[in-house]
Design a protein around this ligand. Structure first.
Ligand code: FMN
Length: 349
């Protein structure tokens, strides 16, 4: 099988690999530019980008907007010919303002999940920025296509189909994830391909379908391309690269993790997640003070821990108290590699 390019409207990536956005602070300018320079698509995480600014607690939005602009500029400067995008979670406070800033900075692509990005077309109106929802079911894909068609007279440029083996927040209930009859990425992918067909016809455009979750090597990529995906999105595999923006201790935690250390966790976002089990997850009593007001729906008294604090701790290298999101195959990495090496392994069939 020949390796296809990934076409998204007028954009063509040499390799059909999108590096998944990883927050907080895991995929920023270094990782995104390295992937884009290798011919894939580099994605900056747009979640709490300004968390290192000393004024962050006083003015999170101002700090996030400034840091987002700076990360986009740095990524573009390092990968002037590459394709770059930003990932935003719909559940984030100030989602609209942050998406608009990314559009103003002329990013190629916005990827958005953790909720239904129904307003996304309005936020990119008049720009050339491509838009992609992340879905975990054909039902969600159908709903987004229907609403965008009815309200905005357009169809997504691409759709990320994220299956149950991914790292980060998961678009399934815990019961669904633990059930023996759980849907697989392959099944959901085939269903989503069917759902988008009429919209491709109606708008006379290709909607690129991207498979994500648990992709580790070229065999996974080949299988998904053969099933009909136009590309893949990969997260965890890029954490253990020299170029990943994460702290060195954070990368080491993934190199040391065993298969049994990776499991489902509860998150204040209201969706299950998959992470490396550490003290944060094992502890009963955690810091629940809300300093950051990062989620529209957060109820501090009911949450297991403050997600912003847990992700800031992780980004700063506190691997016992930080939240270490990780895909099912995260234990397979046993050495730090360059982005070039990882891209070669993913595309070597
Ligand atoms: C550390 C980490 C952080 C992540 N953060 C986000 C995020 O902020 N927003 C999002 O939509 N997905 C996030 N994801 C999901 C990835 O973008 C990607 O879809 C997923 O990692 C694919 O599964 P894999 O890790 O098995 O390759 C995260 C994943 C990881 C591992």
């Amino acid at each position: 099988m020949d390796l296809p390019q990934l076409k998204i409207g007028d954009l063509t990536a040499k390799l059909p690999i999108i590096q998944g956005g990883m927050g907080v602070g895991i995929s920023l300018n270094k990782l995104a530019s390295a992937v884009a320079n290798e011919g894939g698509i580099g994605i900056i995480s747009g979640v709490q980008v300004g968390f290192r600014d000393p004024n962050f607690i006083k003015d999170p939005l101002g700090c996030n907007l400034r840091a987002l602009e700076s990360e986009i500029k740095l990524t573009k400067a390092k990968a002037p010919n590459g394709i770059i995008g930003v990932n935003f979670m719909v559940a984030m406070e100030n989602y609209n303002e942050l998406v608009k800033k990314a559009v103003e900075c002329k990013v190629d692509l916005i990827i958005s999940g953790a909720g239904l990005p129904l307003e996304l077309p309005n936020l990119v109106k008049g720009s050339n920025t491509k838009i992609a929802p992340i879905v975990s079911s054909s039902k969600a894909a159908a709903l987004i296509c229907k609403v965008w068609d009815r309200k905005n007279r357009l169809a997504p440029d691409l759709i990320i189909v994220e299956g149950p083996l991914a790292g980060g927040h998961l678009g399934f209930t815990k019961a669904e994830l633990q059930s023996k009859e759980a849907s697989t990425l392959d099944n959901i992918l085939l269903d989503v391909i069917k759902v988008v067909k009429p919209y491709e016809k109606k708008y006379n455009k290709n909607i690129a379908i991207i498979a994500a979750g648990g992709i580790h090597d070229g065999r996974d990529v080949k299988r998904l391309l053969q099933l009909g995906a136009n590309g893949v999105q990969v997260g965890t595999r890029f954490i253990t690269t020299h170029e990943c923006d994460a702290h060195d201790s954070y990368k080491l935690a993934y190199l040391k993790a065993e298969e049994n250390d990776i499991n489902l966790v509860t998150s204040p976002v209201g969706m299950p997640g998959r992470a490396i089990i550490n003290d944060l997850i094992r502890r009963d009593e955690c810091n629940k003070h809300c300093l950051y007001k990062c989620l529209e729906s957060c109820r501090p008294k009911e949450i297991p821990y403050c997600i912003s604090q847990a992700l800031f701790d992780a980004a700063n290298g506190d691997i016992n108290n930080g939240l270490l999101f990780c895909g099912v195959h995260g234990y397979k990495a046993n050495k730090l590699q360059s982005v070039k090496e990882v891209m070669n392994e993913l595309t070597n069939f």
